[in-house]
Design a protein around this ligand. Structure first.
Ligand code: GLN
Length: 207
């Protein structure tokens, strides 16, 4: 049986950059717009963009509940920036009625680092990526959120200015920044590895 691909949610945002980054990390990646396409993937990247728009389109396309169901069932997912917001159980400063998919036991503050013209780039030391502390990742922060607080099961992989900007809870990964824009594919490689582990676990029948 062919190995199921990794999906990139293709409702809004920088889907193409994530597809290219996964490809460079050696993973087979496909865009996901419909519930049937979601069923066929082994993991999902939720891109940066505008979380209010992504959430609205997910509801319109009938994807919100299938997304929640897959994540509850243990599908690995990685969200960058707006994608981090989508994976948060709770958000601060939402647009009225803004929904998230949820999954990571954290509170995320939208636009926490400021507005578009306060976007910035910084070296970020991130655990879990190849090279670890010795080789910081280049963090591109664009109207970026930060993690305000986390539950006990959430591991902080990176901080900037004292705020968590990369977190992991089991098969779920989120970054405030956009590694897909940098040409450094180590965060995507980390996620591809998580998807691989999860496939192996499923194949071995372990719970
Ligand atoms: N501030 C945006 C939001 O709320 C996220 C920005 C981004 O993804 N670059 O979705």
């Amino acid at each position: 049986m062919p190995t199921p691909p990794i999906g990139v949610l293709a409702l809004q945002g920088d889907t193409r950059e994530h597809l290219a980054a996964l490809d460079s990390a050696g993973a087979h990646a496909v865009p996901v717009r419909r519930a049937e396409e979601l069923e066929a993937v082994a993991g999902l990247v939720i891109p940066g963009g505008e979380s209010t728009t992504i959430a609205k389109l997910a509801v319109t396309f009938g994807l919100m509940e299938p997304l929640r169901a897959r994540i509850r069932a243990g599908m690995p997912a990685y969200g960058s920036c707006a994608g981090m917001i989508m994976l948060a159980d709770k958000i601060l400063d939402p647009r009225s009625g803004q929904e998230t998919i949820g999954g990571i036991d954290m509170i995320v503050r939208r636009n926490a680092f400021g507005r578009q013209n306060e976007s910035f780039e910084a070296a970020v030391t991130m655990e879990g990526v190849e090279g670890g502390a010795g080789r910081p990742v280049h963090g591109v922060f664009i109207r970026a959120p930060w993690v305000e607080s986390t539950g006990a099961g959430v591991e902080t992989l990176a901080e900037h200015d004292g705020h968590p900007v990369a977190v992991r809870q089991g098969p779920l990964l989120a970054t405030s920044f956009h590694p897909e824009l940098t040409g450094d594919h180590r965060v995507h490689a980390l996620f591809a590895g998580m998807v691989h582990e999860s496939r192996e676990r499923d194949a071995s029948g372990a719970v």
